[in-house]
Design a protein around this ligand. Structure first.
Ligand SMILES: Cc1cc2nc3c(=O)[nH]c(=O)nc-3n(C[C@H](O)[C@H](O)[C@H](O)COP(=O)(O)OP(=O)(O)OC[C@H]3O[C@@H](n4cnc5c(N)ncnc54)[C@H](O)[C@@H]3O)c2cc1C
Length: 629
C-alpha cells in the first residue's frame, strides 16, 4: 500500500530548491524547506548576467541544437549528454514560464525579449534583466512558494542549518537532522524524501566570487554519509573579478558580451592610467589569440590566457596580477541600462566610474562544475532524459535527491556563462517531479519508522557539537579557513602540477590534524556562530581533499583542469583538414579513450577513494576538439 501522506524536505531556497518546492507542492505533497537564512537572500539572487535559452529573437538562426552543441563542447564533452539535450530543449519553455511568473525581462524598444551574447557561443542566446537577472528569477519563485506557504502546503525553516541525513536500515534517506541557528537546538525531522539544493562551494578556496554561505558543507556532509561526489577537479575560475581583501567581486561575463574588451599595456612599465594609454600601445591579447571568439571565449580559455599574460609573460598591469576589462568606449546610458548592477558594484568598491575608466580585474574561483552524483533515465525515443522518472536527480543514496549547483550533472569540465541559472532552475524542477514519482512507489512511510534511527542521528550530531565546545587546543577555525583558502588557491589553481597537488594533499592532512586541536572562543548556547563555522570549516577541508585528489589523479588537460605537462597543443595556424591538425585530432581522440570519463569520489576513513564512470555521448560524439581560435 502506498504511503498515505508523504512528507518531503527540501534543503536550500535558491533557484534549485524553490523550483523543487514548487513542483512538489503542485503535485499535492507537503514540503518543509530549510535554509540558512530567508530564502529570498539565497545566493541565486547575486547572479548578474542572464540565463540561456534559444529564443532567436535576433534572427541569427540560432537553434536548440546549437545550444546543445555549445554546452557539450563548452564542457569538453565531460557530461552525460541526454540530460543536457533535454535541458536545452526545455529552456525556451522555462523562460516563458518565468515570464508568466512576472520576471521583468529586458526588452527591445518593440517589446521583444532582448538577448545578449555570452562566452563560448556565436549567437545571442542569453535572456536577462539588466544585470540583476538572478534576483528577478529568485523573487518570482519566492512569490510562488509563498502562495503554497499561505495554503499550508509549505513550511519554512529559515535560519536552520542542515547537519546530516537520517538513514533507515536499508540505507535509504528518511529525514534530516538540522540545527536552529538561533537557539542552537538540534532536531531530527522525518521525511519520505529529501532534496538537497544547497548551492556552490567557492568558500573552500577562501576568497571567491561566492557568498559567505557557499561552503559546500551540506554536500560534504552527505558525501561523508555515503553519497558519491563527481568531477571535483573541475573548478571554474571566472576571468573577470575584482580582486579584494575580503572577497572577489564578479564583473559579469555580460560585460564582455556587451562589448567589453580585455587588454594590458604593451609596455609593462607604462605607469599611465589606463584611459590615457593610446590604442596602439594596448595589447588586446584575447582578440589576437582567439580572433573567432575574441573577448567572448569560454571562461576556462579566458582565465588561462589572463594567467599566461600575468604569470608567465609578466605583462600584467604594472607587473601585477591585473588586466583591464574595458567598457569605457561604450555609451554611458547604454551601460547604465544594461549593466547598471555591476557598474555600481565596481564604482562602490574601486572608487572609479567604469563607464569612464577601464576596470582592473583578475580570475577568481567562481563555480563548481563537479558536485553530487545524480542518476537520470534515458528516453530511448527522443535520446534525451525520460521525464518524470524517480531516477532523475536521485543521488547514490536512495531517497536523497540533489539539484542546482550542488549536483554535478550538466557542465562537464567547464560551464558556459548563463547556463547555471538554467541548470539550477531546470534541475530543481526535474528533481521536484522525480520526488513526486519516488514517494508514490514507497511502501512504508517515514512516520512508521522506529524513533531510534532519528534519536541516534541527533545524538551523533549533538556529540560532534559538544566535542567542539569542549575542545581546548590552540587552533581557531578562522585561521584554519584562511590557511585552507591559501592552500587551495595556490595548490589547486588554474594551472596545476602533480608535485604541487601532492603538497596540497599533504597540507590538507595537516589541516585535519590541526582541526583536532581547535578551540572555540564562544561556548554560548545562543546563536553560536564559531561552532557553526567550525563545523563548516571541517567539511570544507574534507571537500578540499576531494577536489585535490581528483585533480591529482587526472593526468590531462580538459576544460578548467589544466596540467601543462600533459597538454596536447593545437598546432599554431593549422585548422581542420590540415595534416598537422588531423595529427593533433588523432592524439586528442586517443587521449579521450583514456580520460573521457567521470571522476567519482567516495568517502573512506583514509580519504577519498577515486573511481571512474563512463560518459553517455550519444548526442554529440566527440569528433571535434574544442577550438575557439
Ligand atoms: C556573483 C555571481 C554571479 C552569477 N551570475 C550568473 C549568471 O548571470 N548566470 C548564470 O547562469 N549563473 C550565474 N551564477 C551562478 C548561479 O547564480 C548559481 O550557480 C545558482 O544560482 C545556484 O543556485 P542554487 O539554487 O544551486 O544555490 P543557491 O542560490 O546558492 O542557494 C543555496 C541555498 O541552500 C541553502 N543552504 C546551503 N547550505 C545549507 C545548509 N547546510 N542548511 C540549510 N540550508 C543550506 C542556502 O540557505 C540557500 O537557500 C553566478 C554566480 C555568482 C557567484
Amino acid at each position: 500500500m502506498a504511503v498515505k501522506k508523504p512528507k518531503i524536505i527540501v534543503v536550500g531556497g535558491g533557484l534549485g530548491g524553490l523550483w523543487a518546492t514548487i513542483r512538489i507542492a503542485e503535485a499535492g505533497y507537503d514540503v518543509d524547506i530549510f535554509s540558512l537564512f530567508q530564502v529570498k537572500r539565497s545566493h541565486s539572487a547575486c547572479a548578474q548576467g542572464g540565463i540561456n535559452a534559444c529564443l532567436d529573437t535576433k534572427g541569427q538562426r540560432d537553434s536548440i541544437r546549437q545550444h546543445i552543441i555549445d554546452t557539450i563542447k563548452g564542457g569538453a564533452y565531460l557530461a552525460n549528454q541526454p540530460p543536457i539535450k533535454t535541458m536545452c530543449e526545455e529552456a525556451p519553455g522555462l523562460i516563458r514560464t518565468f515570464d508568466r511568473m512576472g520576471v521583468t525581462w529586458s526588452r527591445t524598444a518593440e517589446g521583444v525579449m532582448d538577448l545578449r551574447l555570452f562566452g563560448g557561443v556565436k549567437n545571442k542566446r542569453t535572456c536577462f534583466s539588466g544585470a540583476t537577472t538572478g534576483q528577478q528569477l529568485l523573487y518570482v519563485c519566492d512569490e510562488q512558494v509563498r502562495k503554497y506557504e499561505e495554503a499550508g502546503k509549505v513550511h519554512k525553516y529559515e535560519w536552520w542549518e542542515f547537519l546530516s541525513i537520517v538513514k533507515d536500515s536499508n540505507g535509504a534517506c528518511k529525514g534530516i537532522v538540522a540545527i536552529d541557528l538561533r537557539t542552537m537546538e538540534t532536531k531530527a525531522f522525518r521525511a519520505d524524501a529529501v532534496v538537497l539544493a544547497t548551492g556552490g562551494l567557492g568558500l573552500v578556496y577562501g576568497k571567491s566570487t561566492n557568498s559567505t554561505n557557499s561552503t559546500g558543507a551540506a554536500a560534504a556532509r552527505v558525501y561523508q554519509q555515503g553519497a558519491k561526489f563527481i568531477n571535483g577537479e573541475f573548478i571554474q575560475f571566472h576571468p573577470t573579478a575584482m580582486p579584494g581583501d575580503d572577497k572577489n567581486r564578479l564583473m559579469s561575463e555580460a560585460a564582455r558580451g556587451e562589448g567589453g574588451r580585455i587588454w594590458v599595456p604593451k609596455n609593462v612599465e607604462d605607469t599611465r592610467p589606463g584611459k590615457e594609454i593610446p590604442e596602439e600601445e594596448r595589447w588586446y591579447f584575447l582578440e589576437e589569440w582567439y580572433p573567432a571568439y575574441g573577448n567572448t571565449v569560454p571562461r576556462d580559455v579566458a582565465s588561462r590566457a589572463i594567467w599566461k599574460v600575468c604569470r608567465e609573460l609578466n605583462n600584467g598591469i604594472g607587473g601585477k596580477d591585473l588586466v583591464y576589462l574595458d567598457l569605457s568606449h561604450r555609451d554611458e546610458a547604454f551601460l547604465r541600462a544594461r549593466l547598471g548592477g555591476i557598474m555600481e558594484i565596481y564604482e562602490k568598491f574601486a572608487g572609479e566610474d567604469p563607464t569612464k575608466v577601464p576596470m582592473k580585474i583578475f580570475p577568481a574561483v567562481h563555480y563548481s562544475m563537479g558536485g553530487l552524483w545524480v542518476d537520470w533515465e534515458k528516453d530511448e525515443a527522443s535520446g534525451g532524459m525520460k521525464q518524470p522518472s524517480a531516477r532523475n536527480h536521485q543521488t547514490s543514496i536512495p531517497g536523497l535527491f540533489a539539484a542546482g549547483e550542488c549536483d554535478g550533472a550538466y557542465h562537464g569540465a567547464n560551464r558556459l556563462g548563463a547556463n547555471s541559472l538554467l541548470s539550477a532552475s531546470f534541475s530543481g524542477r526535474v528533481a521536484g517531479e522525480s520526488v513526486a514519482v519516488y514517494v508514490k512507489g514507497l511502501k512504508e512511510g517515514a512516520d512508521s519508522l522506529p524513533g531510534n534511527i532519528y534519536s541516534d542521528e541527533k545524538q551523533r550530531q549533538d556529540s560532534i557539537n559538544q566535542g567542539l565546545m569542549n575542545s581546548q587546543g590552540d587552533e581557531n577555525p578562522f585561521l584554519l579557513h584562511h590557511d585552507l583558502g591559501e592552500l587551495m588557491r595556490n595548490g589547486v589553481s588554474i594551472i596545476r602540477d602533480n608535485k604541487t597537488l601532492d603538497e596540497a594533499l599533504a597540507g590538507l592532512q595537516e589541516l585535519k590534524a590541526r582541526f583536532n586541536k581547535i578551540s572555540l572562543d564562544d561556548t554560548a548556547n545562543w546563536s553560536n556562530q564559531p561552532l557553526i563555522y567550525a563545523r563548516q570549516v571541517y567539511d570544507m577541508i574534507v571537500l578540499g581533499e576531494v577536489l585535490a585528489k581528483s585533480a591529482r589523479m587526472r593526468d590531462e588537460c580538459r576544460g578548467s583542469h589544466w596540467k601543462p605537462e600533459f597538454e596536447l597543443k593545437i598546432p599554431e595556424g593549422k585548422f581542420s583538414g590540415d595534416p598537422e591538425f588531423e595529427e593533433y585530432r588523432a592524439k586528442w581522440k586517443a587521449n579521450n579513450e583514456q580520460w573521457l570519463k567521470t571522476t567519482v569520489a567516495e568517502h573512506t576513513q583514509s580519504g577519498p577513494q577515486i573511481s571512474y564512470e563512463k560518459i553517455e555521448i550519444s548526442v554529440l560524439p566527440p569528433d571535434e576538439p574544442r577550438d575557439y581560435r
